[in-house]
Design a protein around this ligand. Sequence first.
Ligand SMILES: *[C@@H]1O[C@H](CO)[C@@H](O)[C@H](O)[C@H]1NC(C)=O
Ligand SMILES: *[C@@H]1O[C@H](CO)[C@@H](O)[C@H](O)[C@H]1NC(C)=O
Ligand SMILES: *[C@@H]1O[C@H](CO)[C@@H](O)[C@H](O)[C@H]1NC(C)=O
Ligand SMILES: *[C@@H]1O[C@H](CO)[C@@H](O)[C@H](O)[C@H]1NC(C)=O
Length: 345
Amino acid sequence: LNYPHNHMTLLYLIVCAICLLSGTGYLETRTKNGTTGCASTNNRPVTILLWHWPFGKAYPLDGDVCWHLYKIPGCNVVDHRSEFLNADIVVFHQKELASKKQKLPLNLTRPLGQRWLWMSLESPQNHGNVRQFANVFNLTMSYRRDADITVPYGELQPQDGEIDDVVTNKTSLVCWVVSNFNRRHKRSVIYRQLSAFVKITVYGRWKKAHLPAAKLLSTISRCYFYLAFENSVFKDYITEKLWRNAYLGGAIPVVLGPPPEDYKAVAPPHSFIHVNDFASMKDLGTYLQGLAADAMRYKEFFRWRREWKVKLSTDWRERLCKICTKYHCLPQRKVYTDLHAWSNV
Ligand SMILES: *[C@@H]1O[C@H](CO)[C@@H](O)[C@H](O)[C@H]1NC(C)=O
Ligand SMILES: *[C@@H]1O[C@H](CO)[C@@H](O)[C@H](O)[C@H]1NC(C)=O
Ligand SMILES: *[C@@H]1O[C@H](CO)[C@@H](O)[C@H](O)[C@H]1NC(C)=O
Ligand SMILES: *[C@@H]1O[C@H](CO)[C@@H](O)[C@H](O)[C@H]1NC(C)=O
């Protein structure tokens, strides 16, 4: 007898029927962990051609690499340009295009249905010119949540094994690791203001206190707080400074980057402190000191570890194989008419 409710149910059924009948050749499947995946209804393998390796560093692609490394079936990732005519998707990494080390093969005619994919994991401040690539690409792959393929620097997975204890052997209040110091960066301004109120231990080339990679996490583990300050502030641009340095190091991240909503969408609940949430750096400093002095409240920032663990992603092959898991959900016809406008937010 609840009319609005019944109307909604009917609408839902109609929408579902349209989805099922639209015959696009894929089924949407909702997985147990709540993410949406797509299953193919035909078993033709997908061929992904990588036109050039990011930063010139090639990884072996022998055998069925997506299956062997990631248990992703039906995904043929190749890096031989002779496969151009067989490729469903051709992948171009932005950095080498911008530096002109590589060129788009605009002289070749794309086979019908082949899509070109633009790939970049750097922020618009660092990825170089993209204005020249209007009307070229059909798909994007980046850390952005609204890219066609999202490849974040890290993500959460359900915790199933042992829960590692919170590291409690803390000797520094706030730590920061910075190599590329630029006083005009927003992060440098915030650092200067905050350091007037709390002691910040700084590592990295800037302070001539180089921290070898092997010592990074153990050093951060002895800090109550770690400044996970991004080098530039852009939508969804959240890097290994949060995912690896802070979360795996076991210090509470104090983050500077995109707005709190972007962090809340991907990071564990009650796991970070966002600079924007404080009216002044004096307030932030006072808050950090209070938290470090209160073991109960401090530990609450690590409760998420009982349910979640962090998975880092660093291998380009994993990113390329991921295209296949999304292949049947990708937009069939799409052109990035203004890649500059899309990417520069
Ligand atoms: C097309 O351009 C690519 C990239 O610049 C080059 O490697 C290739 O030899 C060219 N092919 C033809 C048929 O001109
Ligand atoms: C969710 O499950 C799917 C399929 O089981 C898997 O591919 C995906 O990586 C999982 N995502 C997370 C966040 O665990
Ligand atoms: C705590 O850290 C200090 C170095 O700061 C180290 O010497 C000591 O062994 C550590 N203790 C534990 C229990 O890990
Ligand atoms: C891909 O982009 C090209 C260049 O704009 C366009 O001609 C082609 O129709 C697009 N293909 C698909 C499948 O969207």
